[in-house]
Ligand binder design. Structure first.
Ligand SMILES: [Fe+2]
Length: 208
C-alpha cells in the first residue's frame, strides 16, 4: 500500500463572498450554484489531484501557474490551476451592492481611459472580442492600467501582470440567464455588480 499523502491541498474552493441569490437579477442563484459548486469545484479538485505527490504540491497556487504556463506537457495542470485561481479572483470581482473606484484608482482610470464609462466600454469590448471561452481583465503592467483578454484558462499571472478585476466570459457564466447574449450579460455586469472596491484594493497594493 502506498504511504498516505496527507499534505494540504494547494488549491481550495473558497466560499462565495455573498449569498447565491445576492447577484440577482444580474446573475441568478442557479447560475452561481452551478458555476461555483460544479465548475469552480471541478477545477480545484482536478488541479489538486493532478499535482498530488509531485514536486508541484506544496507550492503556492501562483507558483504552480507560473511554473506550468510555458510547458506543454503540463497544460492540464496549468488549465485547471489557472481556472481555480481565476474563479476565486472572479467572485471577489463581483459585488451585490453598488461600488465605485476609490480615489487613487479613479485618478488612474481617468488618466488612462478618460473615465469610468470608457473603461467599462473597453472591458465590454475585450469580452466581446474574446473568441470562444475566456476572460476580460483590468490589469496593471509596468505600473500602468490596461484592459486585456485571455483565452480559455489563460491568466495575467502567466504574463507577469497584476490582475485588478476579472470578468468571466465562458458560456457557463451566463448561458442559463442570457443564453447566447454575451454582450447583454457583460453590459449588465459592468453597470451593476462590478466590485470596484476590490479593484481599488488590488491597485493600491500593487502600487506600494
Ligand atoms: Fe467560469
Amino acid at each position: 500500500m502506498p504511504p498516505l499523502d496527507d499534505s494540504p491541498n494547494t488549491f481550495e474552493l473558497p466560499p462565495l463572498p455573498f449569498a447565491e441569490s445576492a447577484l440577482e437579477p444580474t446573475i441568478s442563484a442557479r447560475t452561481l450554484s452551478f458555476h461555483h459548486g460544479k465548475h469552480h469545484k471541478a477545477y480545484v479538485d482536478k488541479a489538486n489531484s493532478l499535482i498530488k505527490g509531485t514536486d508541484r504540491a506544496g507550492k503556492t497556487p501562483e507558483d504552480v501557474i507560473r511554473a506550468t504556463a510555458k510547458n506543454p506537457d503540463e497544460s492540464e495542470i496549468f488549465n485547471n490551476a489557472a481556472q481555480a485561481w481565476n474563479h476565486a479572483f472572479y467572485w471577489r470581482s463581483l459585488s451585490p451592492t453598488a461600488t465605485k473606484p476609490e480615489a487613487a484608482l479613479m485618478d488612474a482610470i481617468e488618466k488612462t481611459f478618460g473615465g469610468l464609462d470608457q473603461l467599462k466600454d473597453k472591458l465590454r469590448e475585450a469580452g466581446m472580442k474574446q473568441f470562444g471561452s475566456g476572460w476580460a481583465w483590468l490589469i496593471l503592467e509596468n505600473g500602468k492600467l490596461a484592459v486585456t483578454k485571455t483565452g480559455n484558462a489563460d491568466t495575467p499571472i502567466a504574463h507577469g501582470q497584476t490582475a485588478l478585476l476579472a470578468i468571466d466570459v465562458w458560456e457557463h457564466a451566463y448561458y442559463l440567464d442570457y443564453q447566447n447574449e454575451r454582450e447583454k450579460h457583460l453590459k449588465t455586469v459592468l453597470d451593476k455588480i462590478v466590485n470596484w472596491g476590490f479593484a481599488s484594493q488590488n491597485f493600491v497594493q500593487a502600487m506600494m
